[in-house]
Design a protein around this ligand. Structure first.
Ligand SMILES: CC(C)(COP(=O)(O)OP(=O)(O)OC[C@H]1O[C@@H](n2cnc3c(N)ncnc32)[C@H](O)[C@@H]1OP(=O)(O)O)[C@@H](O)C(=O)NCCC(=O)NCCS
Length: 151
């Protein structure tokens, strides 16, 4: 089902180059999805093949993006919904929109914030048995439950 049809009081914008990066940074802070400086958001959204932002009136209430190679793999990141709008299907609609735009890729991957795995299972994702990663800040990633130490 099209996300616009599901939640008709919201305005969706794909691949918006003129996002208010300060407002987007604030969305991630309150969602919460951590500290994401405005300048960094401009770079990572600008370098993503697909992105969407969602407005309720003038307020930015949801966002997400996907890095993709156009054929094999797409990676979804930075999906967040403002707390005032959580629990009404918007997060699911953002994921479905990105999945729709990445249709044709052989795999779509992401890593869940610890505790949110069931949200993604509900959208058709399965845990990856051999996912591995290198983080710049390995210590924090281990503390936050994103990486496991190997003995
Ligand atoms: C996770 C998040 C994007 C979900 O958005 P949302 O609009 O509240 O989610 P939806 O209303 O579409 O919920 C869809 C389903 O997922 C479940 N769900 C929502 N948030 C969840 C969470 N944090 N953990 C587990 N399940 C969750 C809902 O209960 C709902 O289940 P149902 O279909 O059985 O009723 C939103 O809570 C958020 O921005 N959280 C903070 C940032 C974050 O963790 N982002 C994910 C990064 S991995």
């Amino acid at each position: 089902m099209d996300a616009d049809v599901e939640i008709p009081d919201l305005r969706w914008v794909d691949d918006e180059p003129d996002v208010d990066w300060d407002e987007l940074s604030e969305l991630y802070r309150v969602a919460p999805l951590g500290v994401k400086p405005p300048d960094a958001l401009a770079i990572v959204f600008g370098n993503s093949m697909f992105s969407c932002v969602v407005y309720a009136g003038d307020q930015l209430v949801g966002a997400g993006r996907a890095i993709a190679d156009g054929l094999d793999c797409a990676y979804i990141a930075d999906v967040a919904v403002h707390p005032d709008h959580q629990g009404r299907g918007l997060g699911s609609a953002i994921i479905r929109r990105l999945l729709g735009r990445a249709a044709g890729h052989k795999k779509v991957i992401l890593y869940a914030n610890p505790g949110t795995e069931s949200f993604y299972v509900g959208l058709g994702f399965l845990p990856m048995a051999t996912a591995m990663g290198i983080w710049a800040d390995k210590t924090s990633a281990i503390e936050n439950g994103l990486l496991r130490r190997v003995d």
